[in-house]
Design a protein around this ligand. Structure first.
Ligand SMILES: [Zn+2]
Length: 190
Protein backbone atom coordinates (compact mmCIF):
# COMPACT_ATOMS: atom_id res chain seq x y z
CA UNK A 1 0.00 0.00 0.00
CA UNK A 2 1.25 3.47 -0.89
CA UNK A 3 0.17 6.84 0.42
CA UNK A 4 0.94 10.04 -1.48
CA UNK A 5 0.99 13.32 0.48
CA UNK A 6 0.43 16.62 -1.33
CA UNK A 7 2.28 19.75 -0.24
CA UNK A 8 -0.95 20.98 1.33
CA UNK A 9 -1.46 17.74 3.28
CA UNK A 10 2.17 17.75 4.47
CA UNK A 11 1.82 21.25 5.92
CA UNK A 12 -1.61 20.41 7.33
CA UNK A 13 -0.15 17.52 9.33
CA UNK A 14 2.78 19.53 10.69
CA UNK A 15 0.82 22.65 11.54
CA UNK A 16 -1.97 20.70 13.28
CA UNK A 17 0.60 18.81 15.36
CA UNK A 18 2.47 21.98 16.34
CA UNK A 19 -0.64 23.98 17.16
CA UNK A 20 -1.57 21.74 20.09
CA UNK A 21 1.93 20.39 20.96
CA UNK A 22 2.36 18.70 23.47
CA UNK A 23 -1.23 17.61 23.36
CA UNK A 24 -2.33 15.28 20.58
CA UNK A 25 -3.89 16.66 17.44
CA UNK A 26 -6.57 14.83 15.49
CA UNK A 27 -7.86 15.46 12.00
CA UNK A 28 -9.24 14.25 8.71
CA UNK A 29 -7.43 13.00 5.63
CA UNK A 30 -9.30 14.08 2.53
CA UNK A 31 -8.50 12.78 -0.93
CA UNK A 32 -9.17 9.71 -3.02
CA UNK A 33 -7.84 6.29 -4.04
CA UNK A 34 -6.50 6.19 -7.57
CA UNK A 35 -6.81 3.29 -10.03
CA UNK A 36 -3.50 1.79 -8.77
CA UNK A 37 -4.90 1.61 -5.25
CA UNK A 38 -2.68 4.44 -4.05
CA UNK A 39 -4.19 6.71 -1.41
CA UNK A 40 -3.80 10.32 -2.55
CA UNK A 41 -4.04 12.66 0.44
CA UNK A 42 -4.92 16.10 -0.89
CA UNK A 43 -5.75 17.77 2.42
CA UNK A 44 -5.12 17.11 6.11
CA UNK A 45 -7.57 19.18 8.14
CA UNK A 46 -7.67 19.64 11.87
CA UNK A 47 -10.75 18.27 13.66
CA UNK A 48 -11.71 21.40 15.56
CA UNK A 49 -14.30 19.90 17.91
CA UNK A 50 -12.11 17.02 19.10
CA UNK A 51 -11.20 17.03 22.78
CA UNK A 52 -7.45 16.87 23.21
CA UNK A 53 -5.38 15.37 26.00
CA UNK A 54 -1.69 14.58 26.39
CA UNK A 55 -2.46 10.90 26.04
CA UNK A 56 -5.28 10.88 23.53
CA UNK A 57 -8.12 12.53 21.72
CA UNK A 58 -11.88 12.06 21.78
CA UNK A 59 -13.38 12.74 18.39
CA UNK A 60 -16.82 14.21 17.82
CA UNK A 61 -18.77 11.42 16.05
CA UNK A 62 -21.61 13.69 14.94
CA UNK A 63 -19.11 16.05 13.33
CA UNK A 64 -17.53 13.15 11.43
CA UNK A 65 -20.93 12.02 10.11
CA UNK A 66 -21.63 15.57 8.98
CA UNK A 67 -18.24 15.79 7.24
CA UNK A 68 -18.78 12.50 5.39
CA UNK A 69 -22.18 13.62 4.13
CA UNK A 70 -20.79 17.01 3.08
CA UNK A 71 -17.86 15.44 1.20
CA UNK A 72 -20.18 13.02 -0.63
CA UNK A 73 -21.26 16.10 -2.62
CA UNK A 74 -17.70 16.91 -3.74
CA UNK A 75 -16.43 14.00 -5.89
CA UNK A 76 -13.73 12.77 -6.15
CA UNK A 77 -12.80 13.94 -2.65
CA UNK A 78 -13.82 11.70 0.23
CA UNK A 79 -12.79 11.08 3.78
CA UNK A 80 -10.06 8.48 3.26
CA UNK A 81 -8.81 8.32 6.83
CA UNK A 82 -7.65 10.29 9.79
CA UNK A 83 -4.49 11.44 11.50
CA UNK A 84 -3.36 12.17 15.02
CA UNK A 85 -0.11 13.01 16.71
CA UNK A 86 1.87 11.31 19.44
CA UNK A 87 3.80 13.98 21.31
CA UNK A 88 6.55 13.41 23.82
CA UNK A 89 6.04 14.84 27.26
CA UNK A 90 8.23 14.87 30.34
CA UNK A 91 11.12 12.50 29.76
CA UNK A 92 8.91 10.30 27.62
CA UNK A 93 9.81 10.43 23.94
CA UNK A 94 6.85 9.93 21.63
CA UNK A 95 6.80 6.91 19.32
CA UNK A 96 4.62 6.55 16.23
CA UNK A 97 3.32 3.08 17.12
CA UNK A 98 -0.49 2.75 17.22
CA UNK A 99 -1.90 2.24 20.71
CA UNK A 100 -4.44 -0.53 21.44
CA UNK A 101 -7.16 2.12 21.23
CA UNK A 102 -5.79 3.35 17.87
CA UNK A 103 -5.96 -0.20 16.46
CA UNK A 104 -9.44 -0.84 17.88
CA UNK A 105 -11.01 1.91 15.76
CA UNK A 106 -9.24 1.00 12.49
CA UNK A 107 -11.43 0.03 9.55
CA UNK A 108 -10.54 -1.58 6.21
CA UNK A 109 -9.83 0.55 3.12
CA UNK A 110 -8.86 3.49 5.31
CA UNK A 111 -5.49 5.15 5.94
CA UNK A 112 -4.38 6.19 9.41
CA UNK A 113 -1.48 8.58 9.83
CA UNK A 114 0.36 8.97 13.12
CA UNK A 115 2.75 11.90 13.49
CA UNK A 116 5.43 11.52 16.11
CA UNK A 117 6.54 14.95 17.36
CA UNK A 118 9.47 15.46 19.70
CA UNK A 119 11.76 18.33 20.58
CA UNK A 120 14.56 18.49 18.03
CA UNK A 121 17.93 17.18 19.20
CA UNK A 122 19.76 17.85 15.92
CA UNK A 123 18.72 18.94 12.43
CA UNK A 124 18.00 16.14 9.97
CA UNK A 125 16.81 16.62 6.40
CA UNK A 126 13.37 15.36 5.47
CA UNK A 127 13.70 11.92 3.99
CA UNK A 128 12.04 8.52 3.59
CA UNK A 129 12.86 5.83 6.16
CA UNK A 130 13.42 2.15 5.35
CA UNK A 131 10.16 1.28 7.13
CA UNK A 132 8.08 3.43 4.78
CA UNK A 133 7.84 6.45 7.10
CA UNK A 134 8.84 10.04 6.35
CA UNK A 135 10.88 11.98 8.91
CA UNK A 136 12.79 15.20 9.35
CA UNK A 137 13.17 18.36 11.40
CA UNK A 138 11.59 21.77 10.98
CA UNK A 139 12.03 24.64 13.43
CA UNK A 140 12.52 23.15 16.93
CA UNK A 141 10.78 19.85 16.22
CA UNK A 142 11.51 16.38 14.98
CA UNK A 143 8.66 14.72 13.07
CA UNK A 144 8.09 11.17 11.93
CA UNK A 145 5.03 10.58 9.78
CA UNK A 146 3.83 6.97 9.56
CA UNK A 147 0.80 5.64 7.65
CA UNK A 148 -1.05 2.47 8.68
CA UNK A 149 -3.82 0.38 7.15
CA UNK A 150 -5.51 -2.98 7.74
CA UNK A 151 -4.58 -5.71 5.28
CA UNK A 152 -7.04 -8.36 4.05
CA UNK A 153 -6.40 -10.39 7.22
CA UNK A 154 -7.20 -7.29 9.35
CA UNK A 155 -3.56 -7.02 10.45
CA UNK A 156 -2.12 -3.53 10.97
CA UNK A 157 0.48 -2.76 8.30
CA UNK A 158 2.68 0.24 7.51
CA UNK A 159 2.19 1.87 4.13
CA UNK A 160 4.96 3.55 2.14
CA UNK A 161 4.60 7.32 2.24
CA UNK A 162 5.55 9.45 -0.75
CA UNK A 163 5.84 13.20 -0.46
CA UNK A 164 8.15 14.60 -3.14
CA UNK A 165 7.58 18.10 -1.79
CA UNK A 166 9.05 17.29 1.63
CA UNK A 167 12.20 15.57 0.45
CA UNK A 168 15.21 17.75 0.99
CA UNK A 169 13.12 20.42 2.65
CA UNK A 170 15.22 22.18 5.29
CA UNK A 171 18.11 19.94 4.24
CA UNK A 172 20.64 22.68 4.85
CA UNK A 173 20.96 24.44 8.19
CA UNK A 174 19.35 27.83 7.85
CA UNK A 175 21.59 30.88 7.95
CA UNK A 176 20.43 34.34 8.94
CA UNK A 177 18.20 35.78 6.26
CA UNK A 178 18.02 32.45 4.51
CA UNK A 179 14.57 31.47 5.71
CA UNK A 180 12.68 32.98 2.77
CA UNK A 181 12.03 29.62 1.15
CA UNK A 182 10.28 28.21 4.20
CA UNK A 183 8.20 31.33 4.75
CA UNK A 184 7.13 31.27 1.11
CA UNK A 185 6.15 27.62 1.32
CA UNK A 186 4.16 28.29 4.48
CA UNK A 187 2.34 31.18 2.85
CA UNK A 188 1.32 29.02 -0.07
CA UNK A 189 -0.01 26.28 2.19
CA UNK A 190 -1.95 28.65 4.42
ZN1 LIG B 1 -2.44 7.17 19.04
Amino acid sequence: MEVYLSEDAFWGLLISAIEVYKKECYGYLIGYRDENNVFIVEHALSHQSAQRYNTGVIENKRAIRRMKKFLSNIPPLTLIGDFHSHAGWGDLKAVPTPSNQDVLVMEPKTVYIIIEVNDKRKSVPWNYNDDGALSGTTDDYYFKIVAYYLNLQSKVKRANIFCPYAIGFDAKPRRNGDSRLSVKAMGKAL
